[in-house]
Design a protein around this ligand. Sequence first.
Ligand code: ATP
Ligand code: MG
Length: 472
Amino acid sequence: MIVDDDPDFGAVASNLVELEGLSASHATNAREALMLCREKDFDVVLLDLKLGADSGLEVLREIRQGWADLPVIVITAHGSLETAAAAVREKAFDYLGKPFPSAELIGVLRRALEWRAGRKSPDTTLQNVSTSTTAIVGNSPAMVAVYRLIARVADTDSTVLIAGESGTGKELIARALHDNSSRTRKPFVPINCGAFTETLLESELFGHVRGAFTGAANSHRGIFETASGGTVFLDEISETSPAFQVKLLRVLQEQEVRPVGASEPRRVNVRIVAATNRPVPELLNSDDFRQDLLYRLSVIHIQLPPLRDRSEDIPLLVEHFLQRTNAKLNRHVIVPADTLDWLKSLTWPGNVRELENAVERAITLNASGRLLPEDFIQFTPAPFLQKNELAITNPVPSLSQEPIPADHSWRCAVPATLDEVERQHILATLRFTDGNKLRAAELLGIGRYSLYRKAERLGIKLDSLSIRTTEP
Ligand SMILES: Nc1ncnc2c1ncn2[C@@H]1O[C@H](COP(=O)(O)OP(=O)(O)OP(=O)(O)O)[C@@H](O)[C@H]1O
Ligand SMILES: [Mg+2]
């Protein structure tokens, strides 16, 4: 049974299912779905969470009560960790975010049918997770895939390796794994492995006995012991030494630690989540990272996509940071759609963290109540404002294509130094000339080389300012 208020989706899904040699009925609302359930003996249900006025979750609940062993696959166009967790709480079989590749749907359907036929144990289904308190924003297909993975593995003791560029949310995901596990009432302890020397890191994690090394006046329990029952988040795991890696591998294999200087190992009960900024394929080929440890750590591997590959999440993230910052500062700043489009068109090499900082800074410094590109340009280091050529799905007006307002002035909040004012005026003029330096210098009444000198002194990267997107 396909339950979706969208008749087009119903038709497409029916076709797909029929190609697999199955037959399907289509219900478009809750009443119809439950009526059909009573009439027919379905093997699997595909259920949209949003059914017009009806709630898909309610249907899921009723199906669970009346037909406990009927697998329900929840689909949603509004993927979030909350909906994934809710689906799991109500014992959905699996969770898919629209749009999904048809192969993925078929794969899940087959698993559900096998499970229904009793050939697979239910441990291939979603794990039971509790409500999450972590706000993870974004509903791009890549993020929905991440939510689904979190929902599936959170409440297991499997070691998880989270890989992704700096600022993509690795620590946030690690916390979500912890929050959605039965360890949630126990500690979540993040530790940045790159910030310690080998000896310190060992003593920090494994603990040490009195007199183990110079300065060890007292014995010290390590994080693996103090976090007992909880989760230890080993950040920047690739920065550890091979010697340390051997010891960590032993902890993973034996579930015990040997404090520095101790003769006897001690049993520990922690779940380990590790993270790395370095791409996993690179680690696989590197001499300074042990392959056996890598395999052991990445029982589950979560790859967080860089923000430039999911620019559709940018408006949601900006709204999220905007609301938070407005509340914190008691402001009511808004972001016009044009600004959102412009933000979407940038590459964000520092990923979500960079976007978060840029929005906070822009709001703090904004005086007009409306965030405009210049609020960002003015105070953001130029490399962060590069155009993202790939992200432009619907052509985004570049600055140069925006209609030039009759009044091309810029605002300046006091206090500001003369350097800041000068910088802002040069930037505004360069925008006015579409990045044409010669013309900007003319308008500013200075020579081209003095413009270069000023730009250098004020940290304006003239080259990255050629914002005009050259047409291929
Ligand atoms: N999907 C998201 N929704 C909301 N906030 C996010 C999201 N992803 C990241 N953030 C925020 O961005 C910032 C950076 O996230 P986080 O510290 O988890 O990144 P990281 O991958 O661990 O970065 P690094 O490798 O530099 O340590 C945090 O403030 C986090 O709350
Ligand atoms: Mg981090």
